[in-house]
Design a protein around this ligand. Sequence first.
Ligand code: GAR
Length: 216
Amino acid sequence: MARLRLGVLVSGRGSNLQALLDACADPDFPAEVALVISNVPDAYALTRAESAGVPTLVVRHKEFADRAAFDAALDAALRQARVDLVCLAGFMRLLTEGFVEGWRDRIINIHPSLLPAFRGLHTHEQALEAGVRFHGCTVHFVRPELDDGPIIVQGVVPVRADDDADALAARVLEVEHRIFPLAVRLIAEGQAVVEGNGVRVRGAIASDAVLINPAP
Ligand code: GAR
């Protein structure tokens, strides 16, 4: 079967891109990275893509008159690369409604919180401030509203009493690297299908593990 062609949008360090590149290195994985686009010219993510032999493109948002023009350039590059699924992997630009709707149900994002809690930036600080006992990360289909859309996979980590934002971020990031390729695989295999505001995952086994923190 043809592999799903991924277009990965990045702005920074690219560790989630790396998780996708590593997954795609397995010939049995049902997707491949067709193009990596960065809006930041010196993003380390570009080096990762080049090392993996994947085509890269820099589209500097500052060179465009407005968001619509920037998004149109992204859209053209993704379509030219015959991308099937757009993956936002630490892409720190807001996308226009026109762009998002043009890729409806074919664009996913990884976000470092258990959505719908803690949208936006500084999610680990938000979690510590709120005093939650569990935190985590979410892969979801993108809708025009920020950090909104049908949830595909979530991963949970406990919050420890002595955590600071960096410790918590590191614990969550490890889980991000597991759930992002998992979500891509479920979509590529046709197992994750949008239904209303949610995603139905066929054939997946939901975890029945109960977590209590602090432990009783
Ligand atoms: C990741 O933690 C990702 O979840 C987050 O940025 C980081 C990028 O790291 N994304 C967002 O906050 C999007 N709202 P990476 O460049 O190493 O993948």
